[in-house]
Design a protein around this ligand. Structure first.
Ligand code: SF4
Ligand code: SF4
Length: 391
């Protein structure tokens, strides 16, 4: 579904009882997408992780693999049920595809006729994202708002996003670092998808309960072998998602997080976390909603060719807040506080929503295991002296 579609509207095709697709149907679905000209991107096992990469067939899906997650820790583990989507968010989100880490904006050449400047606007592939987790579906909506929803629209993002087909798989296997329930983003899918499925792998067989959310999704589904959804599959699928909601590994404190961030700016906890934080910026790189960029101009040795590149940047970099008088946020304390208060607080003022969708990636990929839910809980405790031990 495109960025221009209202993500808060009901699906274009009314909810029905849906259909059931077998594992062979999944193979057919990938083939149909490729035949229709999509670049299919989905989860696959590579380098001891479940990453997102271009798929040439459904055989490349991570059938039989799950993950174990903890703060600063990620491990693959084999599963006995052969499920393809029973794994929580991996090291990437869909951000590198829609908002790539390196983009050449333009190049310039000195010629006999003078300086020739060429803008770099390659035609983007038409992506089909297979296996979008509900938290990541919300993250895409957040980035849509940031990068296309205001006065300053990013044409590159718009081009990549406008043709993207979103196939969501609801979560039945949350990780120990997941907290989508606290952020209201999962484990059931919200609006904005073209197709949504729930995977069921039990004694009755390996199957997917699949529903369409747009007319294009319905058209594609019509080309895939399916059967009517039986009550048992529907109920098992619904129960799997409901159970996942009760098995979140993490939770945010039950508080107004925006207000919590605004009222704890002087809490001693910021010094505590600054003593642990390496200011490496990993949390911003893996976060599906972080969007900041910088620009870099390079020339070749002859000086006749120059290029301008746009690169991901991080509020943990010293140069990020460099102004004419120096760096505004010079201390690790101020940089961590900026990141967390923006995610959970001032993002509402800027974009009308939280900047955190509860995917847990910043917890897993922090090399020292700093946990945003633990930091929020410590700040919450600090506001309630007498009710909880201050941090
Ligand atoms: S919180 Fe962790 S991942 Fe983020 S900058 Fe600090 S050390 Fe790096
Ligand atoms: S702040 Fe952390 S948990 Fe929240 S969306 Fe970003 S990476 Fe995911």
């Amino acid at each position: 579904m495109t960025a221009d579609a209202d993500v808060n509207s009901s699906p274009a095709v009314p909810w029905s009882d849906g259909l059931v697709m077998s594992k062979d149907g999944m193979a057919a679905l990938v083939d149909v997408l490729i035949r229709r000209g999509f670049t299919v991107v989905g989860p696959t096992v590579r380098d001891d992780a479940i990453i997102l990469a271009e798929l040439r067939s459904a055989d490349e899906l991570p059938y039989g693999w799950g993950v174990e997650l903890e703060a600063g820790r990620y491990r693959l583990r084999e599963r006995s049920d052969g499920a393809a989507f029973a794994h929580a968010a991996g090291p990437q989100s869909w951000k590198p595809f829609l908002h790539p880490p390196r983009v050449r904006e333009w190049s310039a050449d000195r010629t006999e006729d003078g300086l020739v400047i060429a803008a770099d606007r390659p035609t983007p592939p038409r992506y089909a994202f297979l296996g979008v987790r509900p938290c990541d579906l919300r993250a895409i909506a957040v980035q849509d708002r940031v990068l296309t929803g205001g006065m300053h629209r990013d044409p590159g993002y718009e081009g990549r996003r406008s043709g993207a087909l979103l196939i969501v798989v609801e979560c039945t296997e949350p990780g120990a670092t997941c907290f989508c329930v606290s952020m209201g983003t999962g484990p059931a899918a919200g609006p904005g998808y073209d197709l949504v499925m729930t995977e069921v792998a039990d004694e009755a067989g390996h199957r997917f309960w699949i529903r369409s959310g747009s007319s294009e999704g319905a058209e594609i589904l019509a080309e895939v072998p399916t059967r009517s959804a039986d009550p048992d599959t529907r109920e098992t699928a619904r129960a799997g998602v409901a159970t996942a909601a009760d098995r979140m590994g993490r939770a945010m404190p039950e508080a107004d997080l925006r207000e919590l961030m605004a009222t704890t700016l002087d809490a001693p906890r910021w010094d505590d976390v600054a003593g642990r934080c390496l200011t490496c910026g990993n949390c911003t790189m893996v976060c599906p909603t972080c969007f900041c960029t910088t620009t870099e101009d390079v020339t070749d040795l002859t000086g006749d060719h120059a290029e301008r590149w746009r690169l991901w940047d991080s509020c943990f970099d010293l140069d990020f807040s460099q102004l004419h008088g120096g760096t505004v946020r010079a201390s690790p304390r101020s940089r961590y506080r900026q990141w967390m208060t923006h995610k959970l607080g001032t993002w509402y003022d800027q974009f009308g929503s939280s900047g955190c969708v509860g995917c847990g990636r910043c917890i897993v990929w922090c090399p020292v295991g700093i946990d945003i839910t633990e930091e929020a809980a410590a700040l919450h405790d600090w506001t309630r002296p007498g009710e909880a031990e201050p941090p």
